[in-house]
Design a protein around this ligand. Structure first.
Ligand code: FMN
Length: 89
């Protein structure tokens, strides 16, 4: 909500919104804030076409927004990933 209008003010080239984009509402919001389109990543992970194990797809679909944890923070490249049980053994 802050970066997209800022980018629209600064840039003279088209740009797309990325991160957390999931449906038509995301696209409308992105266009409304000045982006030329959106980049959708995680949602495509759970499509039939994606070469990802069915169990992973089902875990992602069953998860809520509270089921993520942040990684890579010390490297200043923070990413939210699905929280999973620690491996045993
Ligand atoms: C399975 C998967 C692998 C990804 N791998 C990379 C990567 O290697 N490097 C990178 O900069 N971004 C990577 N991304 C991030 C995407 O390029 C994109 O920016 C991001 O998924 C968009 O946010 P969203 O997943 O919330 O839609 C990956 C995303 C997914 C879902």
């Amino acid at each position: 909500m802050i970066l997209l209008p800022r980018a629209a003010d600064e840039l003279e080239i088209p740009f797309v919104a990325s991160g957390g984009q999931a449906d038509g509402r995301s696209l409308v919001a992105s266009l409304g804030m000045g982006a030329a389109g959106m980049n959708m990543g995680t949602r495509f992970l759970v499509t039939k076409e994606a070469p990802v194990h069915q169990n992973v797809k089902e875990a992602v679909v069953a998860a809520s927004e509270l089921d993520t944890c942040l990684v890579m923070r010390p490297l200043r490249n923070t990413e939210p990933v699905l929280t999973t049980a620690p491996l045993s053994g």
